[in-house]
Design a protein around this ligand. Structure first.
Ligand SMILES: Nc1ncnc2c1ncn2[C@@H]1O[C@H](COP(=O)(O)OP(=O)(O)O)[C@@H](O)[C@H]1O
Ligand SMILES: [Mg+2]
Length: 297
């Protein structure tokens, strides 16, 4: 199957095209389609990664079920069975099957909920300058990718344009109200801890991950994508060593190539060579298999 770069469902109203997802409006429900687009540093790259959207959906689906079984928090998923979609959607099965879901439309909380168990990326940059991440003081002497003494909650504002900005828990409380901020902090850390333990048993370290919560029916529910290679950093446990960057199953592989190419993170991005596209695709498929124990549906 060729890559799905943009979906076309003329019978439905396109609500938004995110960096990765095409979202169609069904009133109180949304059709949420993960395409094969890949973004890095918030810019959509020119080359799609075939089947990436399916991998992202199927990893999220796996975790939604896993979290549901543990009774931690509800989620936005209604169904991902195309046979149960509205009739006008079923004829678009080829574009939708395995990569889409009907979800409850939630009022999204305007804060991204990040948990970090290791120090890397923007957290590492902040720590080097200030010794803190999001206002949380950390021990001196941490090295790149060091394990933190305890996982930390490092919220960020979801920028409509440009890059997300790390904020303190106090700032998140001002935006969300203290009670909601405390709830999503506790949920984020619990989800991270339990998922990280599960993944570690399978040889994967989850260095950090981002959750998006929304309000539906007066309740906080888990939305968006969950614990995927796009929303998390996954490192092979047996190759882990602090003091350097880590090999990874996530977008870091593509980011590393872009950095070596000297890209300044401003559009247009450089073209990804075929071997980088293939290498990225292989990593996406491998992480699905490791986490869920099965290949693509
Ligand atoms: N259940 C939901 N209800 C409403 N909006 C949602 C829901 N789940 C996710 N979203 C939003 O849908 C968008 C997902 O598309 P994506 O391509 O990931 O966008 P982005 O470029 O913002 O990451 C995000 O803006 C996310 O906040
Ligand atoms: Mg997203």
């Amino acid at each position: 199957m060729p890559a799905v770069v943009e979906t076309s469902v003329p019978e439905a109203k396109l609500l938004a095209r995110g960096k990765v997802r095409d979202i169609y409006d069904f009133g109180d429900k949304l059709l949420f389609v993960a395409t094969d687009r890949i973004s890095a540093y918030d810019v959509i790259l020119n080359q799609p990664i075939a089947d990436k959207g399916k991998v992202l959906h199927q990893i999220s689906r796996f975790w939604f079920d896993w979290i549901q079984e543990r009774g931690i928090v509800g989620n936005h998923l209604l169904t991902d069975d195309v046979d149960r979609y509205p009739e006008e959607l079923r004829r678009h099965r080829e574009q939708l099957e395995g990569r889409s879901a009907l979800v409850h439309r939630a009022d999204m909380l305007p804060v991204e909920c990040v948990a970090r168990g290791y120090i890397t990326g923007s957290g590492w940059r902040e720590y080097q300058q200030t010794g803190e991440v999001c206002g949380i003081p950390l021990p001196a002497g941490l090295r790149e990718c060091s394990k933190l003494p305890e996982p930390i909650f490092t919220p960020a504002t979801k920028a409509t344009t440009g890059h997300d900005e790390n904020i303190s828990f106090e700032r998140a409380s001002e935006i969300l109200g203290t009670s909601v901020a405390e709830k999503v902090r506790d949920l984020t850390l619990r989800l991270y801890r339990e998922a990280a333990e599960y993944a570690a048993e399978r040889g994967i370290l989850i260095a950090d991950t981002k959750f998006e919560f929304g309000i539906f029916d007066g309740e906080i529910i888990l939305c968006d994508e969950v614990l995927t290679p796009d929303s998390s950093r996954f490192w092979p446990k047996d190759e882990y060593a602090p003091g350097r960057g880590q090999p990874s199953f996530d977008k870091q592989y593509v980011r590393d190539w872009l950095d070596e190419a000297g890209w300044d993170h401003e559009p247009p991005p450089p073209d990804l060579p075929d071997d980088v596209v293939a290498g990225s695709r292989a990593r996406y498929l491998e992480i699905l298999e490791i986490l869920s124990g099965r290949g693509l549906d």
